[in-house]
Ligand binder design. Structure first.
Ligand code: AMP
Ligand code: ZN
Length: 115
């Protein structure tokens, strides 16, 4: 995907503050963090959103979730962390390349305020 900003980051055409990289995935710090630790894990393969994944991507998604836990610990989030995947316009997604936000290290409020 030529125009996709996260594909450009994955190809090294746009710089990022890298957290982790292997053949299939890349993790990098969010440019506009909402907490002291805020990084994202993306597949290098362009998948627009979680709504676009297929059975063939099951192993990749599984690897990503396992990595989230490992990288969160490596970033010092021993006490826990929040993972967020915004999906589609209705889910508040702004960059249409699948990414898992990993957020923590501060006072994380309840995700949904009730009443
Ligand atoms: P979402 O709303 O889930 O699509 O999240 C997109 C995220 O990408 C936002 O938190 C942005 O701050 C982040 N972002 C956008 N451009 C960059 C960039 N060049 N480097 C790092 N993070 C970025
Ligand atoms: Zn992309």
């Amino acid at each position: 995907m030529g125009d996709c900003i996260f594909c450009k980051i994955a190809r090294g055409e746009i710089p990022c503050r890298r957290v982790y990289e292997d053949d299939e995935v890349l993790a990098f710090h969010d440019i506009n963090p909402v907490a002291p630790v805020h990084f994202m894990l993306i597949p290098k393969l362009h998948l627009a959103s979680l709504a676009d994944v297929k059975d063939v991507h099951a192993a990749l998604l599984g690897r990503m979730l396992l990595l989230v836990s490992r990288l969160a610990k490596e970033q010092g989030l021993d006490n826990g962390f929040r993972t967020v995947i915004n999906t589609g316009k209705g889910g508040g997604q702004e960059v249409f390349h699948l990414h898992i936000h990993v957020i923590g290290g501060g006072n994380i409020p309840p995700m949904v305020r009730r009443g």
